[in-house]
Design a protein around this ligand. Structure first.
Ligand code: SAM
Length: 314
């Protein structure tokens, strides 16, 4: 692999989403959300096989995972797999307020909620719909229910990068960790958006709050974490996905909602698991996971590295 041992499976449980964020599903790409989804028992089998190959953490994502009505069953099935020590979810927070407690009871350990802006009118510009109050209620309830809540802001130059300090102040008030994510380009990405480099965010934070104290890194996380002593116990996380992608530490494989196994976020092709899942072929699934890991080790699928030998389209 790129360095680290396989430990972390990122599982997209649906391609549907309630929002059309400019950095993710810009105008013209809104429709990219349908298609077949894996069933609860298929997701369970997949995680059992991943755990047998070394995974100990699962992140449920999408699309928007809360779009699945059976998400609580998904969480219960995945989190109870022997060997899985942590089950996390990344969500946009729409509908989270009413489901956070049930998700916690089903076995979800932690949540990351997208929060690109604290301003409702800006939320509409970024997400294409008015859901700000719903997201804020979701974060409030998540803080009550989960020990750890992180917010993710994708910073876009000229759109929300003037809110860095306000997002940190919000984190200090509520107890979440504010994370700032560098915008990266995708196949379905809006033209004209500009990345705000993590180094620039760090400099801005130091100007506003004084020196930051680096904290030890979680080996399974891609963020660089700092404490801001002048703002109480608040911590911030910076994710340099565009300027310094953390390939060397990456211990992750991804599965799309249609059951395609990817070695990397930027991989354009992967291994189709659906036929193996349909016949409950655990040996075949484990072999595919090992194959993906060996491709990952050689850097295949990473941005700019050709995917020669890879079997199917993603
Ligand atoms: N719907 C959920 C959400 O909003 O968090 C989960 C899926 S979303 C694709 C997962 C994460 O990817 C979010 O934190 C989102 O902000 C981030 N993301 C999506 N497109 C991105 C891009 N082009 N650049 C940087 N981050 C992006």
């Amino acid at each position: 692999m790129s360095g680290a041992r396989f430990q972390y499976l990122r599982l997209s449980v649906t391609a549907r989403c309630s929002l059309n964020c400019v950095y993710c599903r810009p105008r013209g790409c809104e429709g990219a959300g349908g298609g077949a989804e894996l069933t609860v028992s298929q997701l369970r089998l997949l995680v059992e096989c991943a755990a047998a190959e070394g995974a100990r953490k699962v992140r449920i994502t999408g699309g928007e995972p809360l779009e699945r009505q059976d998400l609580e069953q998904v969480v219960a099935a995945v989190s109870s797999v022997p060997g899985i020590a942590e089950t996390a979810m990344t969500t946009n927070g729409i509908g989270l307020a009413g489901r956070a407690r049930a998700l916690r009871e089903a076995g979800l350990d932690r949540v990351n909620v997208s929060l690109d802006t604290l301003r409702p009118e800006r939320f509409v510009l970024i997400a294409g719909t008015d859901g700000h109050a719903d997201v804020m209620a979701g974060i409030e309830e998540a803080v009550r229910v989960f020990a750890t809540v992180k917010t993710n802001a994708v910073l876009l130059r000229g759109l929300n990068d003037d809110e860095i300090e306000e997002l940190v102040a919000f984190a200090a008030r509520t107890g979440v960790r504010a994370r700032f994510v560098e915008y990266y380009r995708t196949n379905c990405t809006s033209v004209g958006q500009e990345t705000v480099p993590a180094a620039e965010v760090l400099a801005r934070l130091e100007r506003a709050f004084g020196p930051l104290v680096p904290l030890p890194a979680d080996p399974l996380s891609v963020e660089t974490v700092y404490r801001i002593p002048s703002a109480g116990k608040v911590t911030v996380g910076l994710i340099a996905s565009a300027t310094d992608p953390p390939c060397a530490q990456c211990a992750k494989l991804r599965v799309t909602s249609a059951g395609v196994l990817l070695p990397c976020l930027f991989a354009e092709t992967g291994l189709a698991l659906a036929p193996l899942l349909a016949r409950e072929d655990a040996d075949g699934l484990r072999a595919s996971i090992r194959q993906a890991l060996s491709m990952k080790e050689r850097g295949v699928g990473r941005r700019g590295v050709p995917a020669a030998g890879w079997q199917v389209g993603g």
